[in-house]
Design a protein around this ligand. Sequence first.
Ligand code: CUA
Length: 335
Amino acid sequence: MNGQTSARLFVRPALVAVALLLGGCAWDGPMSTVAGRSDFAREILHVYGIITWVAAIIALLVFVVLAWVLLRFRDRPDAPLPPQTRGHTLLELSWTIAPAFVLLVIAIPTIQVIFRTQAAPAPGALEVLVRGRQWWWEFRYPALDVVTANELHLPAGRQVALSLEGPDVIHSFWVPQLGGKRDVVPGRLNRLTLTPETPGEYWGQCAEFCGVAHAFMGMRVVVEPPDAWERWVAAQRATPGEPAGAAAEGKAIFASRACVGCHTIRGVSAGVLGPDLTTFGGRKMLGAAFLPNTPENVAAWVKDAGAMKPGVKMPALGLSDGEARAVAAYLGSLK
Ligand code: CUA
């Protein structure tokens, strides 16, 4: 093989692979698993750190010994067959005990963390019911009478007790910086308890293949200082005021079309198949956190959501461009 062929066959693909691998690296990216921002995420990171260091040290030892053996005992012309070792009790005991010891070193902190993170929530914990749906997230705060979709707001420093369930297929709730994952299984109530520590915006993603729009089943978690969160709760509980202008026209269209069969807007409709839209205008993202919530995107969405998100359950309602813009103005006014 000449130099040019080996470059084509090995070197270039290897360079591309390394570039792709490193291109995916970011210590503090929005979906980073190594930048814990909750007690739960830090606990997992603690175990992950132990395993990584133990594995790195063992790998280093193995490579050094391997390199030494390869050099020291390499084949030479006319070299005799080296002495063969069989039934060496000390050797066999040591390579049985050493892996068991490594497993023990990993098992002890892992089991400790499992018990710590599975403990019952504290009495003052905030209860949130998470429902994974095809293909969006519903968040209910039963004690506060608040329902929202795809955007979970939590107060920093207060423990939150999530109960997860779903009416259709298995999903998985995963917000890497807050810890996870936890499966959302029909007919079963799973729990996840954590305390978000740092105010900020965190991104999550369904982590269990759940159908055609699985990749578009994202969510946004907003962790706020307690007073800002209280204001958010108050805004969620208020009944939207009467809209004016194009938004009033949009409300009339919304109220007279199939929209009302699937969506709840407090004081207007009571559908439960799609996301509750009572405070839709206050959300940053649209369509389970994959599109910015702008009037243009919302108008295109209500006209034909399936063209933007394959598999989406919302049908095209045959709205004209003007009607779609009016509905977008109405939805945008709901804050
Ligand atoms: Cu829901 Cu994947």
